[in-house]
Structures are given as structure tokens and as C-alpha cells.
Ligand binder design. Structure first.
Ligand code: SAM
Length: 487
């Protein structure tokens, strides 16, 4: 611990402890927006491979990946990544060959992560003088031991599941001295400490355990953001963080009512959040925001009021014009939305984009009758339509739906939120493709304002954004040039 404190101290950080939260990371110097607070390589990580897409074990890339010819489980994009993983995979490969073919389906990312965790621990602790994988102050199993597990708060059903998963790990490792109780506890640790590894556009690629990053607590109004550069976890300040302040990231999707966020945090991380946003639960402003983001629209098309349930629970009353909407009416449309949404999701999963687009348009039409115009559900439907039209190379329709989402993004992702930056980036790319050069410059600028803080400026992703902005600016100024200047 002393060594870790020293290493963190050099970065302007320190580990402290708060009675209601446990360990926390405190800034011991001021951090400015966009500044990297801390970065870490995973102790262990696994890509989330599916039958349709396989990713390299090391860089998570999906181009030219080839299966390990011995275990047929792990994929690599080339010899550099294979070599980088060899010390661990050599032993993992042997272990994976213990699984009978028909049991391979049980080899979920969590099981693989746990097997790798134990193998890595063994390679770091065996042969103390000269371990196969050397330890460092931020790369050693004692940091995993220090993680919270919440074992005493877990229900019976979950405990049984962890015990079954531990047995599976035992089947793979076949170590006579494996402590099954400890394995089960480690599954519980993974549940509230592992991070979903995403690409720069926040699409999930896999899972990783970053034991120092895991010291950082949650806030629904965070002062920092966790972004991945390949497998490297990078935490950047999204606002000025004065010395002495706790560094906080968000563990969950922050667009959601306080009740929804609290539920998600309780279910996975087993705590009640008391951030400034959550402290407003039940107050007028919070009730209104929840009813807008997740509630219904007024029966009068022109009214933008939000609805609350009347005391006898038979109707919802518009808080602006007083108009009542019957519960039955709402239930009927909601059930129609559910039926068509399920069909749309099936069409999308089967790759039938044309059918999916027309079904999602029906969902949108129904939701326009049901939900508040700033509803998150309506926004998600429009996001789906945008993505489908992008897949169909129908840039005009894609831009139409992208633009419809922007006002909701503005409301649901305030401050320096990467989601808003990414949506402006998409908008800019579509405008550029459609020849709306000046609009694309504006959208790229808005994207850059946010993403330079959340993503830094050095990654290939950000270099591409900067290049696109430069290109659009050059074309916009060329278009603005008076015709005679060309002569
Ligand atoms: C990834 S760990 C964070 C570090 C943790 N505090 C520790 O002592 O190791 C996640 C756990 O920290 C606690 N935690 C995180 N954010 C919190 C918050 N805002 N309020 C209360 N507890 C929190 C919860 O117990 C949660 O399951």
C-alpha cells in the first residue's frame, strides 16, 4: 500500500477511505479539463467474441484475426499480439484444452477472465526470484485482493451461480489446491470492479480488470471520464478538479431518471448513490425531469407539458394544461410499442435492415403518440433508425434521425459528456457526405470541443476528427471564395 501511495503521489493522487464509500481516489494537485489523471493496463482482459465477430486477444482489433490452432478459443491479429500474450496464453492454452468440446459453450468471458486471473497470479508468484511475469507496484495480485466483493450482501441465488462458475473454473484449471470459495468471491469482485472495454466510439469490445482504476468511486455527475485507448484505461478530468477533491467517474449510463440510475447501481454495485443528482430524488425538479425522460406526453399534440399520475391512479394529468390521459389509452399504445419493437429487434438481428427500418418507423410513430418529445425511449428508437440508415448508406435519412436526437442528447448528457461529442461527430460526418460543408464544420467543432477533453487529441480516432475538420474548413472557405478569385 505504501508503495502504491508513493507511485500515485508522483501523479498527484492518493488513496483515502470514506466511511460511506470505502476506498477512494483523491487529487493531491489541481487537474484541468482534459488532463490525464491516471492510466492503467488491465491485470487481465478478454474480448467479447461472438459467433459472428472475433477479436484479437491483445488489441481487440477484428481485422485478419486467426484462431490459436491449439486451443481454438483465442484469436490473434498477427504475430506481434500473439507474442505479447504468449507467456500467459501458453499456460491458458493448456488449461483450455482440458475442456471437452461440448462444454466450450460454457466458456463465457467471465469464466475466461477468472481463469486468466488465476494463471496470471500463478505466473507472478511462482518462482519468486524470477517470476515468469514480473510484478510492479500497479500490476500485482495484492491489488486484486484489496477489491471489494460485497459477499455478505449477495443473495442466495447469485451465490449458487458463483459457486457453479467456480466449479467450472476448477474443471478448466484442475488445480488440486484451488480455493473454490475464493474463486466465487472473486466472481463477486469482478461484478462490481471489472470494466467494460469500449472503442473510442464507446462500443463495447470486451471486459478488463484494472485494480487501480477500480479504486475510483461513482458519481452520476462525475468530474472525470474513463475512456479506453486499445486496452489501456485512461481517466481524464472533464472539469477542473481542485486539490483535495475526490476523483469520480460514472459506472452507468447517466441518461436516465434518478430512480433508474439508483436501481442500476444497487443491482450491480450494491450501493445507494448520494451524488448531488441523486440527492434531488423526489424533489420537484427531479420529478419533472424523470417524467420528461421516461414518461408520457400530453394528449394535446401542441402541449409540451409532462404528465404525472393522478392520486386515484386511473389517469395521467398534464402538469401544464391539466388535460388527463386515461391509463388504458397509455397501456394500449405501450403494448403496441412493445410488440412492434420486439419484431423490429428480430429483423435487425437477422440482418433484414429494410424490414427493421420500416418497423422502427412504426415504433417511432407510436412513441410520438405515447412519449414526451424528450423521451429517452424515443431517442433510442431514432438512434436505431440512424444506424440502420447508415448501414443502408442512406445518408439523408440517417442525418434526419441523427439531428432529431441532438436536442435530447443536449438535455440527457449535460456538461462534457463523450456521448454528446460522439453524436455531433456522427452528425458532422453525415453532413460532410451530403455536401453540407458549413454545417459539418459546425458539428465537427462542437464534437471537438467535447472530445478533446474526454479523449485527448493524440489517438488515431481524434487525429481523424481533426483531419476531417481541417478538410471541411478548407472546403467551406473554398466555397465561400468569390468566383473571380479563381481566375
Ligand atoms: C469499483 S469499487 C470502488 C472502490 C471501492 N470504494 C473500494 O473500497 O475498493 C465499487 C464499489 O465502491 C463503492 N462505491 C462506489 N461509488 C460509491 C458511491 N458513490 N457511494 C457509495 N459507495 C460507492 C460501492 O461499494 C461499489 O460497489
Amino acid at each position: 500500500m505504501e508503495e502504491l501511495q508513493r507511485a500515485l503521489g508522483e501523479r498527484g493522487l492518493s488513496v483515502s477511505s470514506l466511511p460511506e464509500k470505502g476506498r477512494c481516489l483523491i487529487a493531491t494537485k489541481d487537474f484541468s479539463p482534459g488532463e490525464v489523471i491516471i492510466s492503467q493496463e488491465p491485470y487481465v482482459s478478454v474480448p467479447s467474441n461472438t459467433s459472428r465477430s472475433s477479436k484479437c486477444e491483445v488489441c481487440f482489433g477484428s481485422d485478419n484475426v486467426k484462431k490459436c490452432s491449439a486451443c481454438h478459443v483465442v484469436w490473434y491479429c498477427g504475430s506481434a499480439c500473439q507474442k505479447a500474450d504468449w507467456k500467459l496464453h501458453r499456460v491458458e492454452c493448456q488449461a483450455l484444452s482440458n475442456i471437452e468440446k461440448d462444454k466450450l459453450k460454457y466458456l463465457t468471458p467471465s469464466i475466461r477472465l477468472m481463469v486468466k486471473l488465476y494463471l496470471r497470479r500463478k505466473l507472478q508468484t511462482e518462482k519468486v526470484e524470477c517470476p515468469v511475469i514480473p510484478t510492479t507496484v500497479t500490476d500485482n495480485y495484492s491489488l486484486v485482493e484489496a477489491l471489494v466483493s460485497h459477499m455478505s450482501k449477495i443473495d442466495e441465488k447469485q451465490l449458487v451461480l458463483y459457486a457453479q462458475m467456480a466449479n467450472l473454473v476448477n474443471l478448466i484449471l484442475q488445480w488440486p489446491d484451488l480455493n473454490l470459495k475464493e474463486v466465487a468471491e472473486n466472481f463477486s469482485k469482478l461484478a462490481c470492479n471489472a470494466h467494460s472495454i469500449c472503442d473510442s466510439e464507446l462500443r463495447p469490445l470486451g471486459t478488463g480488470l484494472y485494480p487501480v482504476i477500480s479504486i475510483i468511486n461513482h458519481s452520476c455527475l462525475p468530474n472525470s471520464v474513463l475512456i479506453f485507448e486499445g486496452r489501456t484505461a485512461v481517466v481524464r478530468a472533464v472539469e477542473r478538479i481542485p486539490k483535495g477533491t475526490e476523483v469520480q467517474i460514472s459506472y452507468i449510463e447517466t441518461a436516465g431518471s434518478t430512480m433508474t440510475r439508483q436501481k442500476a447501481l444497487k443491482a450491480q454495485y450494491l450501493f445507494s448513490c448520494s451524488c448531488p443528482r441523486c440527492m434531488k430524488l423526489g424533489q420537484g425538479e427531479d420529478i419533472q425531469e424523470s417524467a420528461i425522460l421516461e414518461g408520457y406526453r400530453c394528449g394535446d399534440d401542441k402541449c409540451m407539458g409532462f404528465l404525472l399520475r393522478d392520486p386515484d391512479k386511473k389517469a395521467f394529468i398534464c402538469q401544464q394544461c391539466g388535460l388527463a390521459r386515461k391509463l388504458e389509452d397509455i397501456k394500449d399504445i405501450a403494448s403496441e410499442v412493445k410488440t412492434v419493437s420486439d419484431k423490429a429487434a428480430k429483423s435487425l438481428a437477422s440482418g433484414n435492415n429494410q424490414e427493421a427500418s420500416s418497423l422502427y418507423k412504426t415504433v417511432e410513430r407510436l412513441q410520438l403518440k405515447l412519449c414526451h418529445p424528450f423521451s429517452l425511449n424515443l431517442m433510442h428508437t431514432r438512434e436505431s433508425l440512424m444506424k440502420i440508415f447508415m448501414d443502408l448508406s442512406n445518408w439523408k435519412e440517417a442525418l434526419f434521425y441523427c439531428r432529431l436526437t441532438i436536442p435530447v442528447y443536449e438535455r440527457a448528457y449535460p456538461g462534457c459528456h463523450p456521448m454528446r461529442g460522439l453524436q455531433y461527430y456522427t452528425c458532422g460526418k453525415l453532413e460532410w457526405l451530403l455536401g453540407e460543408t458549413e454545417n459539418s464544420v459546425r458539428s465537427f467543432m462542437k464534437a471537438l470541443d467535447i472530445l478533446r477533453v474526454t479523449h485527448g487529441t493524440n489517438t488515431p480516432f481524434m487525429k481523424e476528427l481533426l483531419f476531417k475538420l481541417e478538410e471541411a474548413c478548407a472546403e467551406a472557405s473554398y466555397k465561400l471564395k468569390p468566383a473571380d478569385e479563381d481566375d
